[in-house]
Design a protein around this ligand. Structure first.
Ligand code: 6PG
Length: 471
């Protein structure tokens, strides 16, 4: 292999550094670049001895160090910084060069960039990369979207550096336009829902069952040995075993302020859901729960004013812990069903040919939502690629049926004890709504027709009707 790289990476924050090292370690020499040259120097000094990382200084040096047609990965903060980097590199690029945005960009920005750059003879891929710092270094899940010829040029590298599960790479071409970033956005939304569901289970284990941190860690360890086996459950168990070294007393989780932050990808899923008419309740409740958590001062003030029940579960604690596990599993199925449903709506709206089984396949490893459960989703779409909703696949239908008594019991008990479980509850409400052949929307249509002559359809004959109600 010639030492002149065909690939470069600009933006050497931790994700960028680790991705560059991952590429280099797979035998692809890579030119590296950062806005501040010192950072590039330090990075190449630290790792360039054993890994083929090529130091470059200016934008012009960086581009010149790569053999055309060039592949250049951009790893900077989403938004204006991506446009700024593109504008700075553009004067030095040749027609046919490929830019790959590996950040969490909004899919509409990606669509715009593809339009603009394609018109100028360049190629552009909007590529979701999941797995945090560790994944970027040792194998992320990669979701590339945009012109297929751009993907084909870089496929060998993306496939080599991605996580592998059972010998299958966690990277595949997602589709045209902004589909790669859209799918990554939904991945993050599911991540939000998963995290919120786990947090609700924690609240119940702590406040309704009365378990200690050590015991809660043990419960998550047990859960991780079954169907719930996943990265997020595993790290949750780890969190509950971590002591506070700052004070030398107690557990670190109890010293963490209960205000959840966010960079916005979960919110984007909900915004897109409103445009598409997608009832993605679990993700949206997770976003709202983060907003509510952020109202810390108000909550502290309200805690001594607003009243409600409290107390612990009076029944068999071991059974209730098993019920919480089942409620978590059922709610998780709903969250994924909603996320996949939204991707189906988006694919229809934007003309993307998404392969849902492939998405489940590349999320099995590397990414934050990696889980044993994704094998089941992959199988469900292999059995029926046109599945209307994941909940209808035989495995998930059975799982929901089996979990249902626990699911209802946990939510009822949470309501009685005053423990907020918005994601558990909204998931069950979605399930109950989806399985109903008749909903009370007939009344809403009647009201709309009465006060605004908005008309309605009848269930016994075709046509559009307007009536004089109550006359
Ligand atoms: C990933 C993650 C990552 C995301 C963080 C934090 O797939 O590696 O989704 O892209 O930035 O998880 O997201 P929030 O700050 O929005 O919680």
């Amino acid at each position: 292999m010639s030492d002149t790289p065909r690939i470069g990476l600009t933006g050497l924050a931790v994700m960028g550094q680790n991705l560059a090292r991952n590429i280099a370690r797979h035998g692809f020499p890579i030119a590296v670049h950062n806005r501040t040259v010192e950072k590039t120097r330090e990075f190449v000094d630290a790792f360039g001895g054993s890994e083929p990382l090529i130091f470059t200084e200016s934008d012009a040096d960086f581009v010149a160090a790569i053999a055309p047609p060039r592949a250049i990965i951009i790893m900077v903060k989403a938004g204006q910084p991506v446009d700024d980097v593109i504008a700075k590199l553009k004067p030095f690029l040749s027609k046919g060069d490929l830019l790959i945005d590996g950040g969490n960009s909004h899919y509409t920005d990606t669509e715009r960039r593809i339009r603009e750059l394609t018109a100028e003879g360049f190629n552009f891929l909007g590529t979701g990369v999941s797995g945090g710092e560790e994944g970027a270094l040792n194998g992320p899940s990669i979701m590339p979207g945009g012109p297929k010829e751009g993907y084909d040029y870089i496929a060998d590298i993306l496939t080599a550096i991605s996580a592998q599960v059972d010998g299958v790479p966690c990277s595949t071409y997602i589709g045209e336009g902004g589909s790669g970033h859209y799918v990554k956005m939904v991945h993050n939304g599911i991540e939000y829902a998963d995290m919120q569901l786990i947090a609700e289970a924690y609240d119940l284990l702590k406040n309704a069952v009365g378990l200690s941190n050590e015991e809660i860690g043990g419960v998550f360890d047990d859960w991780n040995a079954g169907d719930l086996d996943s990265f997020l459950i595993q790290i949750t168990a780890q969190i509950f075993k971590t002591k506070d070294t700052e004070t030398g007393e107690g557990y670190l989780v109890d010293r963490v302020l209960d205000k959840a932050g966010q960079k916005g990808t979960g919110k984007w899923v909900s915004q897109s859901a409103l445009d598409l008419g997608s009832p993605v309740t679990a993700i949206t409740e997770a976003v709202f729960a983060r907003f509510l958590s952020a109202l810390k001062d108000q909550r502290v003030a309200a805690s001594s004013i607003l009243t409600g029940p409290s107390g612990t579960h009076s029944g068999d604690k071991t059974q209730f812990i098993a019920d919480i596990r089942n409620a978590l599993y059922a709610s998780k199925i709903v969250a994924y069903a909603q996320g996949f449903d939204q991707m189906k709506l988006a694919a229809a709206e934007f003309g993307w040919n998404l392969h849902f089984g492939d998405l489940a396949t590349i999320w099995r490893g590397g990414c934050i939502i990696r889980a044993r459960f994704l094998d089941r989703i992959k199988d469900a779409y292999a059995d029926n690629p046109d599945l209307a909703n994941l909940m209808l696949a035989p495995y998930f239908n059975e799982a929901l049926k089996a979990a249902q008594p626990s699911w209802r019991k946990v939510i009822s008990e949470a309501v009685n004890l005053g423990v907020p479980t918005p994601a558990f509850s909204s998931s069950l409400a979605y399930y109950d709504g989806y399985r109903r052949a008749n909903l009370p929307a007939n009344l809403i249509q009647a009201q709309r027709d009465l006060f605004g002559a908005h008309t309605y359809e009848r269930n016994d004959r075709p046509g559009t009707f307007h009536s004089a109600w109550g006359e």
